[in-house]
Design a protein around this ligand. Sequence first.
Ligand SMILES: NC(=O)c1ccc[n+]([C@@H]2O[C@H](COP(=O)([O-])OP(=O)(O)OC[C@H]3O[C@@H](n4cnc5c(N)ncnc54)[C@H](OP(=O)(O)O)[C@@H]3O)[C@@H](O)[C@H]2O)c1
Ligand SMILES: *[C@@H]1O[C@H](CO)[C@@H](O)[C@H](O)[C@H]1NC(C)=O
Ligand SMILES: *[C@@H]1O[C@H](CO)[C@@H](O)[C@H](O)[C@H]1NC(C)=O
Ligand SMILES: *[C@@H]1O[C@H](CO)[C@@H](O)[C@H](O)[C@H]1NC(C)=O
Length: 322
Amino acid sequence: MLLVQAILLFGVNLAVASVAPSMDLNDGNKIPLVALGTGRGTSGSIPIDEVRDAVLWAIEADYRHIDTAVLYQDETQVGQGVADAIAKGLVTREQMYITTKLPCERHAREQVVPTLRESLTRLGMDYVDLFLIHFPVATKDDGSPDDIDYLETWRGMEDAKELGLVKSIGVSNFNVSQIDRLLAKGKVKPAVNQIEVHPAYTNEELVAHCQNKGIAVMAYSPFGFLVPRNRTYVTPPLIDDPTLVKLAEKYGKTTGQVVLRYLIDRDMIIVPKSANKERLAQNIDLFDFKLTADEVATINKFNQNSSVFDFSGWKNYPYYPF
Ligand SMILES: NC(=O)c1ccc[n+]([C@@H]2O[C@H](COP(=O)([O-])OP(=O)(O)OC[C@H]3O[C@@H](n4cnc5c(N)ncnc54)[C@H](OP(=O)(O)O)[C@@H]3O)[C@@H](O)[C@H]2O)c1
Ligand SMILES: *[C@@H]1O[C@H](CO)[C@@H](O)[C@H](O)[C@H]1NC(C)=O
Ligand SMILES: *[C@@H]1O[C@H](CO)[C@@H](O)[C@H](O)[C@H]1NC(C)=O
Ligand SMILES: *[C@@H]1O[C@H](CO)[C@@H](O)[C@H](O)[C@H]1NC(C)=O
């Protein structure tokens, strides 16, 4: 209180702005709760050359976590955006948290470390903070199914961690039984499972399962159908949903911010994507309010198990999770 008064009285410029909080991972590392998404796959999306600016703007808006992947083909631009911010004196590499992901066509154990080294070269970095198996399914280079067991892939992830090329390792799009099999058979416990979660797809069973096992959940496509999706269906809530509007008015926020805060209040890390300077700043301005348990429960009632992502082209592949 006194400090706040002093700042008001003397007009002290808060040069050290508030950075989004972090949570502890099961391996002793910390992960910032808000990651800028840079995948551009679900909504018509941004051209690749916008990623560099978006990353710099995000860091200016106090993001410290950027989510990329080999699949997004934008690791070079992510690395440039981070380098721009470092050159401007905004952050050091150590203050940033970078997540990237192993693609399906590199699932053989001996491919994992070389693939990560290629990512590091594109990023211009000597380590990443978090490396995820993007999807449990393995494919050949031409996209046809391969039968490599993700347990073998996991050994390669463990190799990468042992070499110090990555601080934490985890998975993405793994289901309950795949998580259990990894916990039973792996040496290193996955730190994270990155999965789709939003009001139309609350994924409660999988989220609870991961969290009960000490695995942090990163929620991707966090806006669900609040934003336009290139799909044949639309599932509520939309951006002007009356229930969300009421909560937004109560807290003086937008409906998008209410949905992001709902995910934070379910103890998840969020991965909102924006290439727009104002919107990406909005998407991290979430730490001056909190939903009640009843409000979280009310938003959970929107659930229709309706996913934005359609991976069904892989449904006959080995290890398909859904
Ligand atoms: N692991 C996986 O398999 C996987 C799968 C999907 C996604 N992801 C990750 O998750 C990230 C996010 O997922 P996503 O891109 O599908 O969905 P999203 O973040 O839920 O939605 C992105 C869309 O919302 C718009 N938007 C952003 N902020 C907004 C705001 N405040 N108000 C209104 N509209 C807003 C964006 O447009 P503008 O850019 O114009 O603001 C964009 O069209 C991806 O970029 C990727 O990093 C991972
Ligand atoms: C939307 O989906 C259709 C059919 O899958 C595809 O042909 C089209 O390119 C997509 N449009 C955008 C903007 O992504
Ligand atoms: C969503 O899926 C879960 C688990 O399969 C099921 O129990 C539930 O009834 C489904 N909910 C809806 C609205 O379809
Ligand atoms: C998870 O995926 C496996 C394929 O590896 C499938 O056999 C299983 O039925 C799925 N389990 C759940 C709980 O969805």
